[in-house]
Design a protein around this ligand. Structure first.
Ligand SMILES: [Zn+2]
Length: 258
């Protein structure tokens, strides 16, 4: 049963957060709905869907979180050749046809009930970065996009993640000044140009980030250009350190829609 099937709810037309809360209440009564129709295992994923996710449990590059066959703390050739504007990054899993399912369902199908599950994935993968952070901040959406989608998926993941770990949550430490073109189909340098100067710490929020270690939260990292745009703005406002934690990391460009 889906919450929006109810006549009562369709009349009230609740926002996605209200629907997620209601769905949470329903889950206590009915078995949770799985995204692929299989039997539920945990948080809306069937055992089969869960088993296909490629979690990044092995060694990763300390700089960008890409899977990497060296000891922890070592950086990949790309990070050594061109240091990032953020200090370190971690991803819970690889972005592929299986992990994109819960991510796109959250983003485009109002499945906000999946956000706490994705937050738990990040909580596990980015433990060290979370423990070293003074505050968590989501990658912001442009206000126009926010109006369209009605929620920011990065914020929906960051909020329960902060609560779960007892870390301060800064929902509006960063703003997206202008709507950027879609990053899809752009190269790394094209993506960097696209987001250069797009982010800003509003003057009223500078005291929240100055001298602080900020952990940026997003759903997917492709080239890292968006995270670098955010890190540039946070550091310009005096952030001591900026790390990045995402649900999924693209290992190589493979034509998947993000
Ligand atoms: Zn790297």
């Amino acid at each position: 049963m889906r919450a929006e099937d109810g006549l009562f709810l369709s009349r009230l037309k609740p926002g996605p957060r209200a629907r997620a809360l209601f769905r949470g209440a329903l889950d206590a009564v009915f078995p949770p709905q799985t995204i692929d129709g299989g039997a539920a295992l945990s948080g809306g994923l069937s055992a089969q869907a869960w088993s296909r996710i490629r979690f990044l449990d092995g060694p990763v590059c300390d700089g960008c979180g890409v899977p990497f066959d060296y000891d922890p703390g070592v950086r990949c050739a790309a990070c050594l050749a061109s240091p990032r504007r953020f200090d370190a990054a971690r991803a819970a899993c690889l972005y592929d046809e299986y992990s994109r399912e819960p991510i796109l369902k959250l983003k485009h199908a109002d499945r906000l009930d999946l956000a706490p599950l994705l937050a738990r994935w990040i909580s596990r993968a980015a433990r060290e970065l979370i423990e070293g952070a003074d505050a968590l901040a989501p990658v912001p959406l442009h206000p126009g996009r926010l109006l369209q989608r009605r929620f920011n998926q990065a914020a929906e993941i960051a909020r329960p993640l902060a609560k779960l770990n007892g870390v301060r949550y800064l929902p509006d430490a960063l703003i997206r000044r202008h709507a950027t073109e879609s990053q899809g189909g752009k190269s790394g340098s094209g993506r960097r140009r696209n987001v250069a100067g797009a982010f800003e710490v509003p003057p009223g929020r500078a005291s929240q980030v100055a001298g602080k270690r900020i952990l940026l939260i997003d759903d997917v990292m492709t080239t890292g250009a968006t995270a670098e745009g955010c890190a540039r703005a946070l550091k310009a406002a005096g952030a001591l350190r900026v790390d990045v934690a995402v649900v999924a990391r693209v290992k190589e460009m493979n034509g998947l829609t993000i």
